[in-house]
Structures are given as C-alpha cells and as structure tokens.
Design a binder for this molecule. Structure first.
Ligand SMILES: C[S@@+](CC[C@H](N)C(=O)[O-])C[C@H]1O[C@@H](n2cnc3c(N)ncnc32)[C@H](O)[C@@H]1O
Length: 618
C-alpha cells in the first residue's frame, strides 16, 4: 500500500513542469553533479537524466517506492543510481562517490516542513553538498497563514461534557498527546465554505541554500500582528506556501491555486469571536517538523493546544471524525429516542436489562444508556479510550460492564446471557461498514438472542449510484497518458498499487456526473431470526445482481454507495452525501472507465463479504 497523495502528486503537471524547467536551468548554469533526495518514483531523476546530467544519484527511504523506482528507471534505461536509504544515512564514498553541487528535492508536505525538509537539508549541507558554488532546488520558501472561521472544522475540533469535566479533542493524524499538529483539506471546497477573519500573514522564510538560516529557523518564535478584517470566530489557522524553485519559478499552494498540496489546518480549540479592527497577536513557533501557534488578543493568551485550555478536564484525544459524529445532534437524537423508547418498554417487564454494544470506538450512546438505569452493559473488545471514558463518566459503572474478548463464541458461551437490546453505530464516518460488525452480529444472534431481542438499528439498506468523475480517478491512480509526467511512463508501475475501494471521499466537493438513478443493492437485516446455517451465512456474504439504466452518454468511473439506517419503527438515518452529514462516502473505482450511452442497461453484480462491498459490471 502507498499513500494516496502519491497519485495526486504525480498527476500534478504544473509541479512536474516547474521542477523540469528548474533542473534544465541549473544544468545550463553548470550544476551537473546531482543528488535527488526523496526521489519517490524517480520522476525528477528521469527529468535530470533526459536533460543530460551524467550520473544522477537518487535516494529514497521507503521500500515500496524504491521497488517502483527501480522498475521505472530500468524501463527508461536511465543513468540513475538509487541509494535505498534515507539521505541522512548516506555516507561518502560508500553510497555516492563524492559530494554533489546540486540537490533537487521535493519532500514538502502541505505545511512545508512536516516531511522533515529542515533536518534533511541541514544534514545535506553538512555531509553531502560541496560547500561552495552549490545549489538546492528549491532555493527558498515562504510560509503564510490566515485565520479563518469554519463551522465544519469546528465540528471536528471538540465535544465537551462540561458537567462531567470531560472533553474529546479531534486529533490530527500526526498529533501526539500534548502536541498541536495539523490536518489538511482543500479549503476551497470544504463543506459549508470558510471565511477569512484576518488578512494573510507571513509566518516564516526558509533559505534552503543556507544551512545557517535553516539551523536558526528551528526553534524561532515569530510575533505576528494581524488586524481582524471581518468579525467572526477564529476556528483555525490555515497555512500554505510559496516554493521558489529558483529566481523565476514558484509553486504556490494557496487555497485558490489547484495543486497537489492541500492546506495545512491548525485547529483553534478555543474559538472565540473577534470584532473587525481587533488586533490579534500570533506567536508562531517553528519546530523541526511543524509549527505551533498562540493567539494573544485583548490581554488574553489563547494557546492553540487543547491541553492547556482544559486544565480541570479529562481530555480524550480521539479521531476527529468521531468528534464530528458526537457533534451531529440530529443523529444523536434519533438514536437516543429509539434506545430510550425501547428501554422503557422493556423495563415494564424486566428491571435490569442486558444490553450489548456492537462498536469498539468511542461513543456517547453507552453513556446515555448508562444514565438511564442500572442495566448490564456488554462490549466486544472496546477500545481503551471508550472504557476509560465510561469509567470517568460514571465511576461506579465498572461493575455493570462486561468486556467480551474475541473469539466471542467462547466468551458468550461462558456467560450464557440473553441480550434484551443490541445497539451499534455500524457505519463508520469514512463511509464503510464497521469492521467485525457482521461476524460479531452473527455469533450474537446465534448464541444470545431470542425473539424478544431488539436490534438498533434494525436494518441497513445499501444504496448506490454510478458516476463519472475524473477527479476521483486521478486522486487514486496516475493518468495513463504520460502527458502529466512530461512523456515518462510512471503510471504503469505506480498504478500497480492502486486500490478499488476508496473511502472517506467528500464527493460533494468534486465535479461528477450522475449516470444512474440511485439503486438499492442489498439489505442487512439485523432483526432476521437465524433458523439455519444458510441464514447465518447470508449475513456474512451475499451477492446481488441489479439492472440499471444509464441516463446519459458518458463514461462510468465508479460506484458510490451509502446507507439507509432503519433504526426503529419509522425512524431512519440516511448517510447519502449531503452538506449536513458527518459521513463521507465510499466508492468502488472501476479499473478502467466504461463507455456508456443513454438508455443502455447495465447489470451490476454487488458482492458483500463481511464489511467489504465490491461492484462489478457484468
Ligand atoms: C513528496 S515525495 C516526492 C517524490 C519525488 N521526488 C517526486 O517529486 O515525484 C517525497 C519522497 O521522499 C521520501 N523521503 C523523505 N525524506 C527523505 C530523506 N531524507 N531521504 C530519502 N527519502 C526521503 C519519501 O519516502 C517520499 O517517497
């Protein structure tokens, strides 16, 4: 598996061309002795070889990328020598014969420094580059920020239970406890949009040709004064950069410029309102691989790290998408109504109910149920955070909780319980059915349920639609015409690593054509009583053929799918793409586009194996 951004990056023709032109100019200025640091597929090294650099040295630290690069270089017969190491482990002359006078590198993430360009280039200046008359492409970069208001980001930032002194903080992928890092989005297409509260401001300049400048940058605190240009809350600082490859070639990653780089988002967990004309003093600190920020305004310091703000609280750093789910009031209300209605019904016959929760992720549902009686709560391998949260929420809950370990067949046979209620949040915020859910459900239904057991939800219907969407394809594979890579064939090698199931898509921010009406393609019936082994098998594995009619002449790229969750009686939740939903969408990307004409009938074979859905045009 390789990260999805590799595809988007290789498809960024403007980026590729900028590097090609900068390499060509450097060659004409006699910088001929070249090392490509972090060479990935080897594309920049191929450019150099084509331009005429003699021996091109390249280094790459990721094993999978090295495997791809070896095939790419061989297929182009290029004079490139790959060192399969991090540049910081290269020694001379063991790995490369001598110091170089030109380094080309593209190890920049959306915050510029997150992939370690500062320590990498400091090391290169000290160990790999000759001291005089040498050059780095890019030569420098300016990093900019802007304070924004954005409801969507706020929903992902935090959820607090003030009475219990508990706060959930939406952590970023790369955030460790007590550290404030960032996530990334294309802000120009974020759900609900965003508003700039301040003008853009410069955060830092890096001179990549100058080791001293890079050494001094790490650890610098920069005070920045910005005036609020329109009233609103500061939910985040987003950052972008200008990457100057040389004096005349610059790549800009501003929200309005379409590049492979998203914008880095630094969440402000304490998003206060500001009035037009207020002055915000931002203290920015440049660390080795990230920035951090403090906001000072009207004598108040707002350290943008959540841990500082919630001194008396227990802080749980959890996936930011789960935080967005907690903030989805409508969703929570629907679940609560159903759960509490059924619990009160059952309480007429039985005092203490046995209630099983199917999810392992943190959730507010068990806490709500716990508040409502003295029932026994069962969990299947709950995450440590979920348990810690519940015990913090109600200290005396421990004796009411039973944790079942997998394989649950054994655990359930031992405790011989019959569940009155089985509850689950079964669709992950990324648009997939949750892991293990179907297997667990089958065992539970066989061993611990009777005709009175109620499941919430009762049914999950899967709905889908065929679409045409170039953007989806090119975020997940390299264009097969080599135009984007300036004539070099990288696609056939890197595309070996493409996958067909793509999740976590914000489809509404892409251009796509709808090619069929939405069609139902299978139901997972949780209430169904399992009489035979075949009934049990059907829960796990099923296949369905659906006929669909094409609405226009076009090409089919993918199927997107979503769910109708029948909670209880008439109550339904729909995870279809919508501005309000906290769910993202999943899709099955066909390996090649399929040409279709209006009114054409297609048969779609839908297979579900446990939580995996696969679609095929037959
Ligand atoms: C953003 S990609 C760019 C790939 C390629 N240069 C291009 O432009 O298409 C960066 C690559 O650099 C690698 N990398 C990052 N730092 C490195 C280092 N210090 N030494 C070797 N490889 C590094 C990563 O594994 C990743 O494959």
């Amino acid at each position: 598996m390789i990260d999805r951004w590799h595809f988007r990056m290789i498809n960024d023709k403007k980026r590729n061309l900028a590097y090609f032109l900068a390499l060509q100019k450097a060659f004409n200025q006699n910088y001929v002795n070249l090392l490509d640091i972090g060479s990935g597929t080897g594309l920049l090294s191929l450019f150099a070889a084509k331009i005429g650099y003699g021996n091109v040295y390249t280094c790459e630290c990721c094993e999978v990328m090295c495997d791809i690069q070896k095939q790419v270089i061989q297929s182009h017969n290029a004079l490139c020598h790959l060192v399969e190491l991090s540049s910081t482990d290269i020694s001379i002359p063991k790995h490369i014969p001598q110091r170089v006078n030109l380094v080309v590198t593209e190890i920049f993430d959306c915050s510029l420094i997150g992939e370690g360009c500062l320590p990498t280039l400091i090391h290169a200046h000290e160990n790999l580059i000759i001291n005089e008359n040498s050059k780095v492409i890019p030569q420098s970069a300016d990093v900019f920020g802007v304070c924004i208001e954005c409801e969507e980001l706020r929903k992902h930032a935090k959820y607090s239970l003030d009475d219990h002194k508990i706060v959930f903080i939406g952590s970023h992928d790369n955030m460790e406890e007590d550290q404030q890092y960032y996530s990334s989005e294309y802000m120009s297409t974020i759900k609900g949009g965003y508003k700039e509260i301040t003008k853009s401001f410069k955060i830092q300049n890096f001179d990549f040709d100058n080791k001293q400048n890079l050494l001094e940058a790490v650890g610098t605190n920069v005070p920045i004064n910005v005036t609020v240009k329109q009233s609103g809350r500061i939910d985040a600082i987003i950052i972008y950069f200008h990457l100057k490859l040389d004096d005349s070639i610059t790549i800009k990653t501003h929200p309005e410029s379409k590049t492979c780089w998203e914008q880095a988002i630094y969440t402000n967990y304490d998003s206060k309102s500001y009035e037009m004309g207020d002055v915000v003093n931002i203290e920015s600190t440049c660390h080795e691989d990230h920035f951090s920020f403090k906001l000072h305004s009207a004598g108040v310091c707002n350290d943008m790290t959540a841990s500082n703000e919630y001194v008396d609280f227990t802080i749980f750093n959890i996936n930011r998408q789960i935080v967005a789910r907690m903030n989805d009031a409508m969703y929570l209300n629907e679940y609560c109504q159903c759960m509490l209605q059924e619990i009160s019904k059952k309480k007429m016959q039985k005092e203490v109910l046995s209630i099983c929760f199917l999810q392992t992720d943190v959730s507010l549902l068990p806490a709500i149920v716990a508040d409502n009686g003295s029932d026994k709560l069962y969990f299947i391998e709950p995450s440590a955070v979920l348990l810690k949260f519940l015990l913090k929420y109600q200290a005396n809950l421990a004796h009411r909780i039973t944790v079942l370990q997998r394989p649950i067949v054994e655990a359930l046979s031992e405790c011989s319980v019959t569940f009155d209620l089985v509850i689950g949040e079964l669709i992950n915020p990324n648009g997939l059915l949750s892991d293990h859910m179907v297997e667990d459900l089958t065992v539970i239904k066989c061993l611990c349920c009777n005709e009175n057991t109620v499941f919430i939800p009762q049914q999950i219907e899967i709905h889908a639609m065929l679409i045409s969407c170039d953007e989806l394809r090119y975020e997940n594979e390299v264009c097969d015409n080599s135009d984007v890579t300036l004539g070099f064939n990288v696609a056939s090698f890197i595309n070996e690593y493409k996958v067909s199931t793509v999740t976590d898509i914000n489809i509404l921010n892409k251009k796509y054509d709808i090619l069929t009406k939405p069609f139902a393609c299978g139901t997972l019936d949780l209430m169904k009583i399992l009489h035979t082994d075949k009934d049990a098998d059907e829960l796990n594995l099923w296949e369905e053929n659906v006929d669909v009619t094409i609405l226009e002449n076009n090409k089919v790229t993918a199927v997107i799918y979503w769910y109708h969750i029948h909670l209880y009686d008439e109550q339904q939740i729909n995870t279809a793409p919508s501005e309000k939903s906290h769910w993202k969408t999943s899709s099955c990307l066909f390996s090649t586009d399929i040409d279709v004409v209006v009114d054409q009938m297609l048969q779609i074979k839908v297979t579900r194996n446990k939580n995996n859905l696969h679609f095929q045009v037959t």
